[in-house]
Design a protein around this ligand. Structure first.
Ligand SMILES: [Zn+2]
Length: 279
């Protein structure tokens, strides 16, 4: 996929299954199950889409999925480890972990930073040995000291080893991190999640991350129960979704199992996704 001078690919780390009720907040199941059917354990199928971007001298990986530091009970609960995984996807693009120069985590929930590290000789180590890892400073601070409500979302083995290796580049708000690659802090899901914008040759793409995890979440009130600040999510959705539609941006969805990229169209105040094929 080309966007001006930027070349990027959408990769996956396989499947993830989360409780459908939690994924749609106050929306009744009668409505959401028409968009995303639940399995016998009330879970919906999600993807974990990552971006591989070539920008000048940088080879950037945005999001690193769930990784492989999972026991059987957790694997079963979240339905992870199924389908094509990130290391094989990178290899299929001729990329070795050592080739990645920058890893960007939109935030540090376990489904966004799993391959940040892997276990070597019984110790978690950075999986991308030559990469600088980019996240908002406030998100790392929160990940190290989460609340009772969200601590199940943070697994220290995904980020502690990055700290120990001194590999973080911590950001305080919006930033241009490489030619044509920007991050924009978009709180709501938590205090310091960031979206990623690609801009080149007059074109823009946005990875909404967990602000709009799937195309079913384009409707303003379809907000996850996981969000710590749902009214801030609402505010940020109303800021970014209309803009992406009006300006013809390519919208990228991190958790949509089918539609990873789309153009957005507004019809009587509702936003629809028109899928864009990425190959
Ligand atoms: Zn997520």
């Amino acid at each position: 996929m080309k966007l001006g001078n930027l070349e990027f690919h959408i990769l996956t780390d396989g499947e993830l299954r989360l409780d459908g009720g939690a994924m749609f907040g106050v929306v009744p199941k009668l409505l959401w199950e028409k968009r995303m059917p639940a399995d016998e354990r009330n879970r919906i199928l999600l993807g974990m889409n990552c971006l591989l971007i070539r920008a000048g001298a940088e080879l950037i990986l945005v999001e690193t999925g769930v990784g492989d530091k999972w026991n059987a009970r957790m694997k079963d609960m979240y339905g992870v480890g199924v389908g094509e995984r990130l290391p094989e996807q990178l290899a299929a693009h001729g990329v070795k972990p050592a080739d990645i120069t920058m890893v960007v985590n939109t935030h540090l929930h376990f489904d966004h930073c799993g391959w940040n590290t892997h276990v070597l000789d019984g110790r978690a180590m950075p999986f991308f040995p030559n990469a600088t890892y980019v996240v908002q400073r406030g998100e790392l601070e929160h990940a190290l000291n989460p609340t009772e409500r969200d601590r199940a979302s943070y697994l220290a083995e995904n980020f502690q080893a990055v700290s120990d290796a001194g590999k973080w580049r911590l950001l305080d708000g919006d930033a241009i991190i490489a030619p044509g690659v920007e991050v924009a802090r978009a709180p709501g899901h938590n205090a310091d999640m960031q979206c990623v914008l690609l801009r080149s040759g007059g074109e823009t793409a946005i990875l909404f991350a967990d602000l709009v995890p799937t195309t079913a979440h384009l409707a303003a009130p379809w907000i996850m129960s996981y969000d710590l600040y749902p009214l801030t999510t609402l505010e940020n959705k109303k800021k970014w979704i209309p803009r992406a539609a009006e300006e013809g941006w390519l919208a990228l969805f991190g958790h949509d199992p089918q539609i990873s990229a789309a153009r957005l169209r507004e019809e009587k105040g509702r936003y629809m996704a028109e899928p864009v094929r990425m190959d």
